[in-house]
Design a protein around this ligand. Structure first.
Ligand SMILES: *Cc1c(COP(=O)(O)O)cnc(C)c1O
Length: 429
């Protein structure tokens, strides 16, 4: 529970609005964001870095709804994007192109061209081939592409292997030992302008050491680059700050900023770039779902709910823990050990396994916490399930920021064969 997701007289509220009311109005499964919580997290990070020169670039992939991005824009912050689609969203939401950094290991020629045309702030490059392709595209356009290289410092972020990105066998980044050669090569290319050095070592980090270890390695590299006449003005330290899902105690924004700035304060004329995602939106949203059935087998008690792995894949993908609570505490029933599952035809479709939960009856609502980051943005239409609606509660008002998909949306872009069915059958006979 936080200040924004709280029981009031036994009824779970998002800010001042009862979750039950939202579920009635908008249906379930339903993602409900607290705008106040989202803004607070952004402002806290901003304040934590205070006077230290920095640019906060919200990681769009964590939660990409354009209403959320609009809030980011309203604070004068930027975006970290990983695709042409995210560039499109960020620009639609009013995030200035000059505050957009572009990450990712597989930017296509078309995506690079779009980003160049938009005039983004920096391309975080990840390979020699990518560097050469970008230089050619920029040259064709008679533009100069501002770049950094994402280096892989080989630091263990002590997180789930699927979200660790800075170890030497990772697909991400350039091995630190090769970085000087690539920088030297880029320096010789007129259509590229080196402005930064970048990293992102993983997600859901719960201590500051992997961050500070990484930054120290990067600062060392900056020193040797300077000797080669390469001046790094922007140090992009990526995202990755963890949140509390169950009993983790991640650093606060202030502890995080303090640890980093302690290491970076020796730098002169360097602006830090931060790419937070999860720490901003993770705990700013719940997924509200209704119990369809209780199914008791000799081995297990399954609570079958109307949300599934297509709505929130983190438990299935990473074995992640998400707190689940009934939205109504009044007359709450005794606790049972249950497994909460969705309707999808996969054994991996679960939201909680063998969890002690107060018994919830058919038709009742439960809230799944920590659903903001990599929740809706990772959702799919698997099993031809229309994607859930998203609601943003802000200042006492609830707004539908994404409609629930309809069946027609499921076949959008598909077409029926033109050949009449008779002909198809005829051909086979
Ligand atoms: C995903 C990602 C982020 C955001 O990570 P969080 O753990 O959500 O803060 C930042 N930078 C890059 C390059 C990413 O891929």
């Amino acid at each position: 529970m936080t200040d924004y997701f709280e029981y009031k007289s036994g009824i779970l509220h998002v800010e001042d609005i009862p979750v039950e009311k939202l579920a009635e109005e908008y249906g379930t499964p339903l993602f409900v964001y607290s705008g106040a919580n989202f803004s607070k997290n952004l402002k806290e990070l901003e304040a934590a870095f205070g006077d230290v020169r920095h640019l906060l670039c919200y990681s769009v992939k964590a939660a990409s709804n354009i209403s959320l991005l609009q809030k980011v824009a309203s604070f004068g912050m930027g975006a970290d994007i990983v695709s042409g689609g995210e560039l499109y969203r960020a620009l639609k939401a009013g995030i200035p192109s000059g505050r957009i950094v572009y990450s990712g290991v597989g930017k296509t020629a078309q995506e690079m061209a779009e980003a160049l045309d938009a005039g983004i702030f920096m391309f975080n490059l990840e390979s020699s081939e990518e560097m050469h392709l970008l230089s050619v595209i920029a040259e064709d356009k008679r533009l100069v592409a501002p770049i950094s290289f994402r280096v892989n410092p080989d630091v263990d972020p002590l997180t789930h292997p699927y979200i660790a990105t800075g170890l030497k066998d990772s697909k991400f980044g350039i091995p630190i030992a090769e970085a000087p050669f690539l920088f030297a090569e880029a320096k010789k290319i007129p259509s590229l302008k080196i402005i930064g050095l970048d990293c992102h070592i993983g997600s859901q980090l719960t201590s500051t050491e992997p961050f500070t270890d990484t930054v120290k390695i990067l600062i060392q590299l900056m020193g040797s680059l300077r000797e080669e006449g390469i001046n790094i003005r922007y140090l992009d330290i990526g995202g990755g700050l963890g949140i509390n899902y169950s009993n983790e105690v991640p650093p606060t924004a202030f502890e995080y900023a303090e640890a980093i700035t302690k290491v970076t304060k020796q730098l002169e004329n360097v602006t830090l770039i931060l790419e937070p995602g999860r720490s901003v939106v993770g705990n700013s949203c719940i997924l509200v779902t209704r119990v369809i059935y209780n199914k008791v087998t000799p081995a297990k008690h399954f609570v079958v709910v109307d949300a599934a792995m297509n709505d929130l894949i983190r438990p299935s993908l990473y074995g992640s823990y998400h707190k689940i609570v009934p939205t109504n505490q009044l007359g709450v029933l005794p606790t049972k050990k249950v497994t909460v599952v969705g309707p999808i035809c996969e054994s991996g479709d679960f939201l909680a396994k063998d969890r002690d939960l107060p018994e919830v009856l058919q038709g009742e609502l439960v809230a799944i916490f920590g659903a903001g980051a990599y929740g809706f943005s990772m959702s799919s239409n698997y099993n031809s399930r229309p994607r859930a609606a998203e609601v943003l509660v802000d200042g006492g008002v609830a707004r539908l920021i994404r409609q629930r998909e309809q069946y027609e949306d499921l076949i959008n872009g598909e077409s029926l064969l033109e050949t009449p069915e008779d002909d198809i059958l005829g051909a086979k006979l």
